[in-house]
Design a protein around this ligand. Structure first.
Ligand code: KQY
Length: 363
């Protein structure tokens, strides 16, 4: 594995869209006691369901600690590869490499800096050094060259691309004080252009209300085809999310993508607000005396946090009246893929959802 100090753009590499074909996918087995209630028993069942849905059409690798290995091996189907690798938690989207490819189909990884979504300013756990090493280790395992971009704090959940020159991000996240506070918005945009191989960056103001990642884009807006996105939406004007989604819609309606196309926006309803219960909180073990969740705290639930596999859309369900409507909308968009709904409350309690726990490797 070579550690590269050039940039993907100068080498002819770019990040393909998630709706293009994948050669595989990466996940990390849940274990952390202050993220996953009651010994991660229910979280592991939900992760296994996601894994099995993905593995129907992709080569899946699940990373686990020494302690988690036997359970993972037992709960995951045998065609899923399980590999021991140290981590701090289970957010493959954010700690695994972002993969780029060139016109010959060669794949390389990007090793962004990771500081647990805000480091000592507003990060979500400490330390995060194991997570910060995973991208490079993973490229070593996959025998892929890797771009060293550890000096720049970035997560996979903070970017969505169309693979045709456009990236979508949120200001709330990328301009947050815990990421790259020494850089201007323009400087951050320039780095995204150089590393993702894009020429246009669309800045949405917000993500999802109370999303503890400082509002990652992957919870509010996702590319579903070139020049077509879905946007998390509520019609409830009393919900703080309403104004956030309206402002994002205005940006998208007034923007063009890198190829000069207007962007079609399909509204994806939000579930009714989801709150963590006292019992669920009691199943979380504090590491440092600070509870990670308080009873009745609203969780950042959104159907936009789905994974596009080669054969399916693997989307969260919340036992909510909007589950079917959201699935029907995605079914209508993705006519050649199955819609697989997975009850995702036990992933959501950790602070993210299906997209956040997966990372695709392009074909
Ligand atoms: O949503 C994500 N991409 C990660 C969420 C991390 C939450 C940590 N509790």
């Amino acid at each position: 594995m070579k550690i590269l100090h050039s940039t993907p753009t100068e080498d002819g590499f770019f990040m393909p869209a998630e709706f293009e074909r994948h050669s595989g996918c990466l996940m990390i087995w849940p274990e952390r006691a202050d993220s996953w209630q009651y010994g991660a028993v229910e979280a592991r069942k939900a992760f296994a369901e996601v894994a099995h849905a993905i593995a129907q059409s992709e080569r899946l690798t699940v990373f686990t600690s020494f302690e988690g290995y036997d359970t993972a091996r037992k709960m995951l189907e045998e065609h899923i590869r399980v590999i021991e690798m140290s981590s701090d938690d289970s957010w493959a989207r954010d700690v695994m490499p972002t993969f780029v490819k060139n016109s010959e189909g060669e794949i390389r990884g990007i090793d962004w800096g990771f500081n647990a979504w805000g480091g000592l300013i507003d990060g979500l756990y400490f330390p995060w050094d194991k997570d910060n090493r995973m991208a490079r280790k993973c490229c070593d395992l996959l025998e892929l060259d890797v771009y060293d971009k550890r000096a720049f704090i970035m997560e996979g959940g903070a970017i969505h691309v169309d693979g045709q020159g456009t990236a979508i991000v949120t200001e709330a996240c990328l301009l947050s004080r815990g990421r790259n506070p020494h850089m201007t918005k323009q400087e951050i945009e320039n780095e995204l252009k150089k590393y993702l191989g894009v020429t246009k960056v669309i800045w949405l103001p917000y993500g999802i209300y109370l999303d503890e990642t400082n509002q990652h884009v992957d919870n509010i807006c996702a590319y579903v085809a070139p020049a077509h996105v879905v946007l998390a939406w509520t019609d409830d004007e009393n919900d703080p999310q309403y104004n956030m989604s309206v402002k994002c819609l205005k940006v998208l309606e007034n923007e063009k993508d890198a190829r000069g196309r207007k962007i079609k926006v399909t509204k994806l309803p939000l579930p009714n607000p989801v709150y963590i219960t006292k019992n669920e909180c009691e199943g979380l073990v504090d590491f440092d005396g600070e509870p990670t969740r308080k009873p009745d705290e609203r969780l950042a639930a959104s159907y936009v946090n789905f994974y596009i596999s080669n054969s399916a859309i693997i989307m969260p369900a919340f036992d909510d009246e909007h589950d079917d409507e959201a699935a029907d909308i995605l079914r209508d968009i993705f006519k050649d893929r199955k819609i697989i709904q997975i009850q995702a409350r036990n992933i959501l309690i950790g602070g993210g959802n299906i997209h956040c726990i997966t990372q695709q490797i392009p074909e």
